[in-house]
Design a binder for this molecule. Structure first.
Ligand SMILES: [Zn+2]
Ligand SMILES: [Zn+2]
Ligand SMILES: [Zn+2]
Length: 466
């Protein structure tokens, strides 16, 4: 109760500040960001020839002499408004690669396009979700492993069962292999995309160089942690002509050919990780579980819809390892720096394995200690090939994130214009009362957006009807 009163007092103090309305403007410009960055400084734009000042902005007259900008965190648990914005940007980025727009030609709609999922192989049996009365891992008279654990599981597990994803026997589970696989996920993907070209070349009787003169493969991919704490990859893959999105591929290049090649290319990936005798040799490959589905052809009825796929991919970028209680937000400082309670024994063992293996000189390059909190996976959540579509930077620029106040955006883009900017980090976050006001603004903005979306949908329906 006392805490609540303090928050209220703080909120009242803010509301009584003479600069309250300007402060609200700033918060609104950040979309109600929960942890804004505070900057002080100035930007001056001059005509380089005459020296005339064309635009000047500084924070002297701002509330607290500060400008607040978005934290831009992509994760919903850290900052809901920024994460929504990031998911929105991701949606547009992925969608533009599927249907065009944002400087991507609309011809991409007619290209062979797939939505694929590549998984990690098994590192040992884990409990799994059962459906329709099926059992987890039934094996009659299967006995026990050398650690004394049953090698079968006759139970049924619904989605909320905490055992899902946990190994039947932690002693039998190959933790080093799991961690090494994560540490090589980037190379496994690279080997897969290399194979796509090689296998397409072989299939169509061309040399690899010859093939690259006729086609280009573009992709956008997201990583997702499964219940067993292994990353799997969802990707949109598109086949263009060699010059990229505006260039049609040869007639033989169909979604079916691409799907067939995705399967053989993934199956053929084998990386040998033989770092030392003590660690043994590991053959790193993709799991047998693979999905490759064509997107609905332009004007067609079958296959996945562009918007659904873009929304699906965007959903994953707002989740971090920590949000699904798989991994942590921050790097750990040692094996004792793993919080108890929230993480499963399985995840804790994976983090500990990263720390232990990270101490081996032969694995130094994998930086397993620095990435123990993400279970050895060093990749980004979303990655895309250059030609796939637009960029986050372009999307932000289009939105004019700073509303032009700090950047002098909107000025003519002439070679003689000189911009002088001096900015300093002055802090971050909100006081408790400010956080309350910001959350209210974020809610309002969200509601306004929903109202606008409904209105747009109604207008479109009207247009279709008339
Ligand atoms: Zn934020
Ligand atoms: Zn089970
Ligand atoms: Zn065992």
């Amino acid at each position: 109760m006392r805490q609540l009163a303090e928050v209220d007092r703080d909120a009242i103090r803010i509301a009584q500040d003479p600069q309250f309305s300007r402060w609200v403007e700033q918060i609104t410009a950040t979309g109600g960001c929960a942890h804004p960055i505070h900057l002080t400084g100035s930007t001056t734009t001059r005509d380089g020839v005459t020296g005339e000042i064309l635009h000047h902005y500084d924070t002297t007259n701002e509330p607290g002499e500060r400008l607040l900008v978005r934290c831009r965190n992509r994760r919903a648990t850290v900052c809901a408004p920024c994460s929504r914005l990031h998911a929105g940007d991701t949606f547009h980025l992925v969608r533009a690669g599927l249907v065009g727009g944002k400087n991507v030609p609309t011809d991409v709609r007619e290209r062979p396009r797939l939505f694929i999922t590549l998984t990690a192989p098994s590192f040992g049996p884990v409990h799994r979700i059962t459906v329709d009365g099926a059992r987890c891992r039934p094996r009659r008279n299967a006995g026990r492993c050398e650690h004394g654990a049953p090698v079968s599981c006759p139970a049924v597990h619904d989605a909320a069962d905490p055992r899902i994803g946990q190994p039947l026997c932690p002693g039998c589970y190959d933790y080093p292999a799991h961690v090494l696989w994560h540490a090589h996920a980037g190379r496994l993907w690279k080997a897969f995309t290399d194979n796509l070209y090689n296998h397409l070349a072989a299939r169509t009787g061309r040399t690899r160089t010859g093939l690259r003169r006729t086609v280009r493969i573009s992709y956008a991919k997201v990583a997702e942690y499964q219940k067993r704490a292994a990353v799997h990859v969802h990707a949109v893959v598109r086949l263009d002509g060699a010059r990229g999105p505006g260039d049609p591929p040869p007639a033989w290049a169909s979604a079916e050919v691409l799907a067939a090649v995705v399967r053989t290319a993934a199956a053929a990936v084998h990386l040998r990780a033989g770092y030392s005798r003590a660690l043994g040799e590991h053959d790193l490959s993709w799991g047998a579980e693979l999905d490759a589905r064509p997107l609905r052809a332009f004007g067609g009825r079958e296959g996945l819809a562009d918007d659904a796929v873009a929304a699906y991919v965007a959903k994953y970028v707002t989740k971090g390892a920590a949000d699904t209680a798989i991994g942590l937000d921050h790097p750990i400082t040692g094996p004792d720096d793993i919080p108890t309670g929230r993480l499963s024994a399985h995840v804790r063992t994976l983090i500990q394995t990263c720390w232990r293996l990270g101490g081996l000189p032969e694995l130094e390059l994998l930086r397993l200690r620095a990435w123990a909190h993400t279970l050895g996976y060093r990749g980004h959540i979303l990655t895309k090939s250059r030609a796939y579509s637009t960029t986050y930077t372009a999307l932000r620029a289009e939105r004019a994130e700073y509303q032009g106040i700090a950047t002098g955006a909107g000025l003519p883009d002439a070679p003689d214009i000189v911009t002088d900017a001096h900015w300093r980090y002055a802090g971050s976050g909100h006081t408790p009362g400010a956080a309350l006001v910001a959350a209210g603004i974020a809610d309002d903005l969200l509601r306004n957006r929903e109202v606008a979306r409904v209105a747009l949908a109604e207008r479109r329906a009207d247009e279709t009807a008339s």
